[in-house]
Design a protein around this ligand. Structure first.
Ligand code: WTA
Length: 638
């Protein structure tokens, strides 16, 4: 049994969970009304929530006025904590680090807010942020929230094409970037160059703000491109926070769906902040003076909610790391834990697998005494890595919170709490307060009782829920609310065991989870299809030791073109160029055709089985227009 070190002062102790959970469901509005008081409202809201899933209408804390950057910074200074450390930045190289107190952070954020304003960026404008993990990224997002601009952060590994599409989809007026980036041994990731290429076709972009990170030589275009440090030089560090409506947009974050182009998930101000803040405090049991580190990239939702908005709204000290876990060697994470005396550590199973494979010595040579709690996110943490995390990293002293949630949910939805005493490796355990998970059968009927298995949907709304897909409310409704009436459908499969604990079984749609990165098979197929010799492609996932899922592409070439290694490489590079290195196909299998129904639909179920090696359970293939294709696919399996 795990005994959590801070159990005596934990925000929630096990005995309280059921009572509080029942209250949060049965008296939902009252519950969220109380929780909403944890943040500062310039003007109180009038109504807790107004939700109608049949129209995909979701509103929380209506008519409340607040400002996110005020809640994340000013408020703590006014309460006498201006000299507390808000942000610790650890650079790629060992000796490089910086710290910002809350006062210092306010200065930087206010200055950059004024820079944005002096360049005519106003409330409601979209600002794209395309950076590596440097402090200016945090400053830029908080500055946007201060003036009411809507940030759209694009993960720094995305290609210029992906960047272009995202900028155009939300018609951003400015981009914030850096000259080049450093990550591990890579010292010159061409960030500004990618922006230059992208915005050739982005008519909405008026300004590009460029941080000097590496002093690499880059091109600056007069009147359009501005150096961050020059703009920040003679500008006031006084900027009044804008009064934002609770339902004003805070940010857009693109994520992959099962079809078509990436979706611009939109989160608004009041509900999102309340939810990120409350979940961060309770799930990580954040206590005053704890040093908290989430290793995610801010380019993904985990970084938004649990490096910046959740922790800072709780006056936490949050750590942000520019580098990678294996540079200079595989003990870097644990060295950072020792160096900054990290108490709470939150990472992804894919990182754990990569580290575990290198043996225990890299961990054992560090002390890690400061750790009190470990967290996991992004995919199911399976038993081997759970045990390694628990026994080797945490030395059997730290509980592990396996947190299930999504870009769309804004914050953690299903998770153990640190004070629990029956952790089950691989189970995300119990719903968070106010969250009502429902298991559905394929016909949309609720599967009641325990144990149960089926599709995961959520019944009631919660404040952190996304509000729309930017510019496409119909797609929002169609994607999440049309299939099963009255529920938010997650796209995940789930099991509930006899104790009522939840076990996520993975995506049931055409979305892959590669090293914790969400990728749509349709996006990858689209990129492959841009190679001139490709007639058709179908992409599926397969189990991969390190990445969790690998990308397996079946490709049919144009008539008359012979497959060879050069074409294979070119196709892989095409995907890298069009989406980014994280989507690089692991395996390509050429085939003269794909298994299709008589109506022409590709039977992905069969392709999945072949890539997974389950060739003896392909099921009924008699409905295929040409069943002989299957035989050749199995024979030439990679
Ligand atoms: C998967 C990341 C199992 C799931 C925060 C979900 C998980 C998708 C877990 C969302 C977990 C996330 N256990 N699966 N603890 N956490 N997932 O939008 O399939 O990048 O639907 O958000 O990741 O990925 P996203």
């Amino acid at each position: 049994m795990i005994r959590y070190k801070d159990i005596n002062k934990a925000h929630i102790i096990t005995e309280q969970y059921s009572k509080l959970y029942n209250e949060s469901i049965n008296n939902n509005e009252n519950f969220w009304s109380k929780v909403s008081k944890r943040i500062h409202w310039f003007k109180n809201w009038d109504k807790v929530s107004d939700v109608d899933y049949s129209k995909a209408k979701i509103k929380w804390f209506e008519n409340g006025k607040l400002n996110v950057s005020y809640n994340c910074i000013d408020r703590h200074i006014e309460n006498g904590h201006g000299d507390d450390i808000a942000l610790i930045w650890e650079g790629n190289d060992i000796l490089e680090d910086k710290q910002f107190t809350y006062k210092e952070l306010l200065d930087e954020v206010s200055k950059f807010s004024n820079v944005l304003k002096s360049n005519n960026i106003v409330k409601g404008d979209r600002v794209c942020i395309y950076m590596q993990m440097i402090p200016e990224l945090a400053i830029a997002m908080l500055a946007c929230s201060r003036i009411g601009a809507v940030h759209s952060i694009v993960f720094g590994a995305f290609s210029s094409d992906s960047l272009r599409d995202r900028i155009n989809d939300s018609r951003c007026r400015a981009v914030v970037t850096q000259d080049t980036g450093v990550r591990g041994l890579k010292k010159d990731i061409p960030m500004k160059e990618n922006v230059d290429k992208a915005i050739i076709d982005c008519p909405s972009i008026e300004k590009v703000f460029v941080v000097n990170r590496t002093s690499s030589k880059i091109k600056m275009k007069i009147n359009r491109d501005l150096w961050w440090h020059e703009e920040m030089l003679n500008i006031s560090s006084d900027c009044k926070p804008e009064w934002m409506d609770s339902e004003d947009p805070l940010f857009i974050l693109y994520t992959s769906g099962s079809t078509g182009t990436p979706k611009g998930v939109l989160h608004t101000t009041g509900g999102y902040l309340v939810y990120a803040s409350y979940t961060h405090e309770v799930v990580f049991d954040y206590q005053d003076k704890d040093i908290y580190w989430c290793t995610a990239d801010i380019g993904w939702i985990t970084g938004h909610s649990y490096i910046i908005y959740g922790p800072l709204s709780n006056k936490a000290t949050t750590l942000m790391f520019e580098g990678v876990p294996n540079y200079p060697d595989f003990s870097r994470f644990w060295q950072i834990v020792d160096k900054h005396k990290v108490n709470i550590f939150y990472t992804a199973p894919t990182a754990l697998r990569a580290l575990m494979k290198e043996g225990n010595e890299f961990v054992k040579k560090t002390d890690r005494k400061s750790l009190k709690l470990l967290g996991s996110v992004g995919e199911t943490i399976k038993e081997p890595e759970w045990k390694w995390y628990y026994e080797v990293v945490g030395e059997k002293k730290c509980p592990i919170v396996d947190t299930w949630w999504q870009t769309e949910t804004g914050g953690i939805m299903i998770t153990p709490l640190p004070s629990m005493d029956n952790f089950k490796p691989g189970s995300a355990a119990k719903p968070f307060f106010g969250i009502e998970p429902i298991i559905l059968d394929p016909n949309g009927n609720e599967v009641k009782g325990n144990p149960a298995e089926g599709l995961l949907a959520i019944k009631k709304s919660w404040p952190g829920q996304m509000r729309t897909l930017y510019g496409n409310h119909k797609r929002f409704f169609d994607n999440y609310f049309s299939q099963f009436k009255g529920y938010y459908f997650t796209g995940d499969g789930v099991k509930r065991d006899k104790d009522g604990d939840y076990w996520i079984t993975g995506r049931v749609d055409d979305v892959l989870n590669v090293s914790g990165h969400r990728l749509g098979t349709a996006e990858i197929e689209g990129a492959i299809g841009q190679h001139k010799d490709v007639a058709e492609a179908a992409v599926v996932g397969y189990p991969h030791d390190l990445k969790g899922q690998g990308v397996y592409a079946y490709v049919t070439l144009m008539t008359g073109v012979e497959s060879n290694e050069i074409i294979e490489k070119e196709i892989k590079f095409k995907v890298r160029e069009i989406i980014g290195p994280h989507a690089y196909p692991d395996k390509i299998q050429f085939s003269s055709g794909l298994p299709k129904t008589r109506s022409g639909k590709i039977m992905r179920r069969i392709l999945r089985k072949i890539s997974e090696g389950e060739i003896n359970s392909l099921g009924d293939i008699s409905t295929l227009s040409d069943p002989s294709i299957v035989e050749s696919l199995v024979k030439n399996r990679k």
